[in-house]
Design a protein around this ligand. Structure first.
Ligand code: ADP
Length: 164
């Protein structure tokens, strides 16, 4: 099966340079990339799902074959409804591997959707959204960790007293 349309799923709370690296690389390899924000557990997040959609659209606006959507329920259902043949994930370290392998096998079992792994850019392999939120909360420098517009939004959110 040709892999024309893929998804890059995640919570993106907020999007980081690590996410963007995977999205950009996927967009070079595939005809179309849909970035999908899982909304099942979004209530616990710092940013609302709508804010995450806005942020991701802003930082991918230079990539014509990338779009941003949300989904509830099972990712394989989203893939079936949108004609998506593969899920693209970034692997940061061995610690990601076990979880990702189980998820990939479950998604194949449920919907025969393939999962393709890309190794993280070593510049960002230590990066996860929860850590960015933590560093920003305590005033650390996040300039090289997230795109400029995301840094501004994080600062605005945290100065509004919302510590997520
Ligand atoms: P996190 O909170 O860990 O950043 P997300 O659920 O938003 O998690 O991430 C979605 C997916 O994006 C992850 O499963 C992983 O495939 C990829 N990803 C996240 N951070 C990175 C990174 N720094 N480098 C490469 N891939 C990443």
């Amino acid at each position: 099966m040709r892999v024309g349309r893929v998804v890059c799923p995640g919570s993106f709370d907020p999007p980081t340079n690590g996410h963007l690296d995977i999205i950009r690389r996927a967009a070079r390899l595939h005809d179309e990339v849909i970035v999908v924000i899982g909304a099942n557990r979004a209530k616990k997040g710092l940013f609302t799902v709508e804010e995450r959609v806005d942020m991701l659209r802003e930082v991918t606006s230079d990539l014509p074959n990338v779009s941003v959507e949300t989904f509830r329920g099972l990712l394989v259902e989203f893939c079936r409804e949108h004609g998506v043949s593969a899920i693209v994930k970034g692997l940061r370290a061995v610690s990601d591997f076990e979880y990702e392998m189980e998820m990939a096998q479950m998604n194949y079992r449920l919907g025969q959707v393939e999962t393709l792994f890309m190794t993280a850019n070593p510049l960002y392999s230590f990066l996860r959204s929860s850590r960015v939120r933590e560093v920003a909360t305590y005033g650390g420098d996040i300039t090289s960790l997230v795109p400029g517009p995301i840094e501004e939004r994080l600062r605005a959110k945290l100065s509004a007293g919302d510590l997520g």
